[in-house]
Design a protein around this ligand. Sequence first.
Ligand SMILES: Nc1ncnc2c1ncn2[C@@H]1O[C@H](COP(=O)(O)OP(=O)(O)OP(=O)(O)O)[C@@H](O)[C@H]1O
Ligand SMILES: [Mg+2]
Length: 451
Amino acid sequence: MEKILIADDEKNICDSLKFALEDNYEVFTTQDANQVMEILYSENIDVVLLDLKIGKIDGITVLKDIKSKLRNVQVIVVTAYGSIKSSINAMKEGAFHYITKPIDMEELYLYVEKAIEYKNLNYSLTNLKKILHERYSFKEIIGKSDKLRLFLNRVEKVIDIDSTVLITGESGTGKDLIAKALHFQGNRKDENFIVVNCAAIPENLLESELFGYEKGTFTGADKKKIGKIQLANNGTLFLDEIAEMDLQLQAKILRIVEDMEVTPLGSNRPVKIDVRIVAATNKDLEAEVKGGKFREDLFYRLNVINLEVPPLRERKGDIPVLLNYFLNKYNNKLHKEVVGFSKDVIETLEKYKFPGNVRELENLVEMLVALSDNKIISKESLPERYYANIDKGYDNNDIRIRIGTNLKEIERIVILKTLEYFQGNRRMTAESLQISERNLQYKIKEYNIVK
Ligand SMILES: Nc1ncnc2c1ncn2[C@@H]1O[C@H](COP(=O)(O)OP(=O)(O)OP(=O)(O)O)[C@@H](O)[C@H]1O
Ligand SMILES: [Mg+2]
């Protein structure tokens, strides 16, 4: 049951309003303005019926107090007949509505009901926004490797500044995720986050998509269309796959970045805008510049701040946590109850190169969870390429020895490879093999290893 507080210095008004409302609501009353806040806090009140003159205290002061501390509590002010001015003041200070004395009960019911509806709606909206913001927060970026942590520190430093950001990194490293976190954690979070995927929109449509057009600009332009750049006003424009944009359009984007104004196609009136531009690409933009495919001036304008997301193979420490995170996600999604991965799965994946980065790992986990009949996913369920690539992937740190090789030969190979690994440093090699340097010296001679 919703809770209503009646604050009025006249006892009979309190009583009659209570009587009118108590069938449908839980009703509290007070004749003391100083008690209002206390009751609001202790009883978790939804709606206040507030007299605009409670004894010597001005109701507007109480209203201000309520709205500054408990924004979601809805206040209906009750005013003496004819004092329109104070009612308007009250509305300005955030009252939900006002009713005049003598009170019309039908009117009262209606406003109380509307106020509660509004409160609930407002509450779910705030909640929704909160959920949205959390969904794109740094908490969603999983990983505990030092490399990722350092990278995220860098990202956090540029969240609230308006400089243009270029996010680079291989495919599937999480560039989209970073772009969203930049927007939804920054001070533009309540404004639009507009994504333009330059690779997905056909070249000839990209310009009108970005700039918008006036009615009748070309065949088919039967009404005015606002471009994405303008839609992003006060918010963030995310230009994904920026390398795919053709040179002509790049020139126009350069002007947007420099002048912060946009002229829709077919119009001659530039519109001032305020957008933060975030661009991303998995290509090496500098190489594109050298190859004449990307404008050098635009590159420098975009690259004011460069955030390079490290590839997954350089932050292997993230693999186990990501595996668990995606395991959970797909257990839920696919209604499975896989408990975990066997140790050799994790070891194998830590040695794999992951050309498709986190996206590849996520897809792999989805597949493994979907197909698994067991509680534990074992190495046998991994597709072959996850082992086949290992030698290439982890080159120098692995030694492969065929079954059937005799022990002496194994010892020779191990010593040789360890020496190579430590670049011929005998002290470190001996330490790593847990033998004395003298013994190592002897074996090097014995096996005729020249290093
Ligand atoms: N650190 C991470 N934690 C959790 N999920 C991640 C992480 N990094 C990437 N992902 C997930 O991996 C997938 C690929 O990430 P994303 O789309 O951001 O990559 P990208 O770098 O934009 O790739 P592309 O260059 O192909 O556009 C997404 O589903 C994303 O949610
Ligand atoms: Mg992407």
